[in-house]
Design a protein around this ligand. Sequence first.
Ligand SMILES: NC(=O)c1ccc[n+]([C@@H]2O[C@H](COP(=O)([O-])OP(=O)(O)OC[C@H]3O[C@@H](n4cnc5c(N)ncnc54)[C@H](O)[C@@H]3O)[C@@H](O)[C@H]2O)c1
Length: 340
Amino acid sequence: MTAQNQPSFARRALLLAGAATGVAIAQNATAQPAPQQNPPSEGLPRAPGAGPITPARGTQLTGKSAVVTGAARGIGRAIAVEMAANGADVAILDICGVVSPASNAKPATSEELAETERQVRAYGRKCLPIKLDIRDINSLRGAANHVEQEFGKIDIVVANAAIQRWKPLMEMDDSDWYDVINNNLNGTANTLRVFAAKMIPQNYGRIIVLSSMQGKHGTKDGSSYSASKWGILGLMKSAAMELGRYKITVNALIPGLVDTALTRYETRFKEAIGETQPNPPEHPTPQQAWDARQVQVPLKVGWLQPEDISPAAVFLASDAAAMVTGAEYEVTGGDSAHSV
Ligand SMILES: NC(=O)c1ccc[n+]([C@@H]2O[C@H](COP(=O)([O-])OP(=O)(O)OC[C@H]3O[C@@H](n4cnc5c(N)ncnc54)[C@H](O)[C@@H]3O)[C@@H](O)[C@H]2O)c1
């Protein structure tokens, strides 16, 4: 597979943006020790055809208001912007800082959240940036009240925020297990509990949670993340059963491997190469990782882009998906064909 080596959309947008505008609220970001970081690797190839969201995507979400957690960057940003491009006002929530020393990714920043705000507003929609930690349910309750005041209602919530840890189970420190489960599973449950409470009285709602292909099969050296993403599917299906009588749908979006700060670093490249080759190079290049990875993906895409995932979120949030609930929606370039 020949792939063009272009900068990612997210990075291009950041470069173009220049100085970002201010963030509305800053609350409750927990001060924590500096995490063990993997320096991000630049320059993962892009599949031909993957591209930025273009203007006038549609009107499927006109009149709706949405909340997206983990919206400072990556898939959360793409979903927030895609929803705005389809007519929704969007509240964008993120911790914009260190989540846990157990996170493999570089922490998101306030500037990145401001860049998401800029991109949402570029579609002429309202945007409310809120800095919070999804593990803190009281902060989420405060945010839900604030969004309701600003937008009048909350129709859609996307529980997207998460962290990942690559470490063998037998080598894990307690935080490698507990912090990932607490952040991803408890944080997602907090998000559902708080925002579903706003949807029940209006007898309408769309809830989308982010799982992963690693929530569909075991993951060597990724057990806490995998367990959290399996747990999110159980949460989603249970919530769908409980909330259906209020006309609230609850579905899971399952991305394949996507080019974001969560995956764009050397350890992850080695893991990806290790899926198809016994001895991955010590310092693989992004191109080597892409080439090894695409072998097992039917559409021959090593890494998807966040903008490949976000249209599915708009569909699940739209009236067209009124009868879709308790479902898993996979956008993987065909990788999901390998699992039941
Ligand atoms: N990138 C992939 O390959 C991939 C694949 C499958 C699933 N996913 C899932 O998609 C979602 C988004 O991932 P991404 O790749 O965009 O990652 P990312 O690291 O680029 O973005 C995640 C965002 O969530 C925020 N966040 C994390 N914990 C938080 C907390 N406690 N409170 C508030 N904000 C918090 C981070 O600050 C960050 O901005 C995650 O649920 C992830 O598990 C990603």
